[in-house]
Design a binder for this molecule. Sequence first.
Ligand SMILES: CC(C)(COP(=O)(O)OP(=O)(O)OC[C@H]1O[C@@H](n2cnc3c(N)ncnc32)[C@H](O)[C@@H]1OP(=O)(O)O)[C@@H](O)C(=O)NCCC(=O)NCCS
Length: 176
Amino acid sequence: MICGENIVLRAVEDRDLELLRKWRNHPDLMPYHFCPLPVTEMGQRRWYEKQCSDTRNVVLIVANKEQVAVGYTLIKEIDHKNRLAEIGIHLDPAFHGKGYGKDAFLTLMRYCFHELNLHRIFLLVFAFNERAIHLYQRLGFKEDGRMREAYFSQNRYHDVVVMSMLENEFVAIQSD
Ligand SMILES: CC(C)(COP(=O)(O)OP(=O)(O)OC[C@H]1O[C@@H](n2cnc3c(N)ncnc32)[C@H](O)[C@@H]1OP(=O)(O)O)[C@@H](O)C(=O)NCCC(=O)NCCS
């Protein structure tokens, strides 16, 4: 278990799979996935088995002080040579705007730099996702660039923003 201020990041248990599927299929969260297709029970299990069979990937449940699962966070395709990985987060809409996103992401960042010894973490975010971009900027992520019109939704193309943080930038933030 990885402890934040008001949340913990814990391992995914079998009992969480249906919850993960509920979040994956939630109409309010679907627009934030590259592949906005509903996932079946079998599809969810296969996805999780694939994550577990690849040590480059980490999926963690975000739980609050009451031990309620409020969302999940991921570290994808850890690259040990270049010491980098992509990270992501999705919270249950019932728990948005309560500070859990900031707490969970900060905890995940600390884990990436202080435990996994990564040099660079990065993420992809749709340009229309102002809430997420605001959070990432507040945490100190910098925009690397944009993949122009890389995502099609609602009958139009959207830019995908690439944001990152380096280990020395995280050290600077920690000492602020
Ligand atoms: C993005 C997400 C992780 C943020 O977590 P959260 O717990 O809701 O956010 P927090 O409460 O920690 O705070 C987010 C900040 O965004 C601000 N914010 C809230 N809604 C906003 C909006 N529509 N536009 C801009 N900023 C917004 C908050 O005021 C807060 O800023 P502050 O700390 O300066 O006051 C969460 O909302 C989520 O899971 N969204 C859906 C999935 C998603 O978008 N995932 C990211 C994919 S890249």
